[in-house]
Design a protein around this ligand. Structure first.
Ligand code: NAD
Length: 352
């Protein structure tokens, strides 16, 4: 067995259909009494539901969360927290809302209670991101790791099928890259294989019956495990490519993950035999890159960067950016290979 270091950090997790009702107890356990509730504008109704559940506790809503945490929004939300004298942040929504809570906590150290409604996994990580002047800066800080996470699958029943597929593939991407991370360990490997398996099994069921609570629970359970992997293992080529395609070409987050993942796995395949074995077990197929492509395509997820709006002329630009700053990856980052990967992803070719 190879040597490893394992220091998992994770939140207190409350999981189950209907557990949103446990929120007052969880707030009490955090010792909080003045709560700022965060959501996107489209989820203000959910934020109001949270305030209703909190009863007489002081709670105010900031429903201005936006994709990639614009710095101006973060400033406004920090001010709202200060004005309220908040002692706790409740983030109800996807990665964008959790991201806003993290931006406030980064400065104030306020505890976060996250209630995720997508499969993005941000609630399990100490990773934050902030966008200023078109540039997204990310970092790690223990202060932004939520203290408590309430996973209530009932809240995901409204997640549109298309977004459910791409968000699930986003979760799978964390597990897949976690399996070949430089700092992988036996525990993250177990979590990654189980998380990948759970999400991959749930997606076809959700596609068939979006309200199926069993499938919704399985997907959210898998997303939890994949999120732990993201928070505890270093990511490589796939996440770097998605980060730059989102940041520099404005491509949508989970959709980009769905398209790029099979190609990143195919690129790395020669250097990751053990991870491929684990992915094959989780997916029930011997060819993980093709299996992930088929999973996306058979369930209506986008399968090409062209479909996402990337101009053909941007393939070369993206390839140049992808090789500009060196980072660890199981396979060497070769300019020609990266260009081919991006062209294949742009054309939507099936790997293998
Ligand atoms: P999102 O939070 O932007 O949500 C996408 C859309 O779906 C929004 O309009 C939202 O209101 C809506 N939505 C969310 N849940 C819903 C539900 N249950 N029903 C109906 N509509 C719903 O998308 P996301 O993919 O969850 O998060 C993406 C963001 O999170 C990106 O900025 C990404 O960089 C970040 N992220 C960060 C980390 C981290 O560890 N820091 C991890 C993953 C993602």
């Amino acid at each position: 067995m190879k040597s490893f270091v394992c220091a998992l950090h994770s939140a207190r997790v409350v999981f189950g259909a209907g557990v949103l009702a446990e929120l007052p107890r969880e707030i009490e356990l955090l010792g909080a009494s003045r709560v700022l509730v965060l959501s996107t504008p489209g989820h203000a109704d959910l934020a109001r539901r949270v305030v209703d559940i909190l009863g007489d506790r002081t709670a105010e809503i900031f429903a201005g969360a936006a994709m990639h945490v614009p710095a101006a929004v973060a400033r406004e939300a920090r001010e709202a927290a200060r004005n309220l004298g908040a002692d706790c942040l409740v983030a109800i929504g996807g990665g964008s809302t959790t991201g806003l809570a993290k931006a406030i906590a980064l400065e104030s150290g306020l505890p976060i209670l996250a209630i995720p409604t997508t499969y993005a996994g941000s609630e399990m990580t100490p990773i934050y991101g902030l966008t200023e002047a078109g540039e997204k800066r990310t970092g790690r800080d223990p202060r932004v790791l939520p203290r408590t996470v309430i996973y209530d699958p009932e809240l995901t029943s409204t997640l549109p099928v298309g977004l459910s597929m791409t968000s699930g593939l986003n979760a799978i991407a964390h597990a897949a890259e976690g399996l070949y991370a430089r700092d992988t360990n036996p525990l993250t490997e177990l979590l990654a294989e189980e998380g990948l398996h759970a999400v991959a099994c749930a997606l076809p069921e959700i596609h068939r019956a979006p309200q199926d609570m069993r499938a919704r629970s399985q997907a959210l359970y898998g997303a939890w495990l994949c999120g732990i992997v993201l928070g505890n293992a270093g990511m490589a080529l796939h996440h770097k490519l998605c980060h730059l395609l989102g940041g520099s070409f404005n491509l949508p987050h989970s959709e980009t993950h769905a398209v790029v993942l099979p190609h990143a796995i195919a690129y790395n395949a020669p250097g990751i035999p053990d991870a491929l074995e684990s992915m094959a077990r989780a997916l029930g197929r011997p060819d993980p890159a093709a299996a992930l492509y088929d999973l996306a395509r058979a369930h209506g997820a986008p399968y090409s960067l062209r479909l996402l709006g990337l101009a053909e002329a941007d393939i070369d630009k993206a390839a140049e950016l992808a090789v500009a700053n060196p980072y660890w990856n199981p396979e060497p980052i070769e300019p020609e290979g990266i260009r081919t990967l991006l062209r294949n992803a742009w054309e939507g070719r099936r790997p293998g």
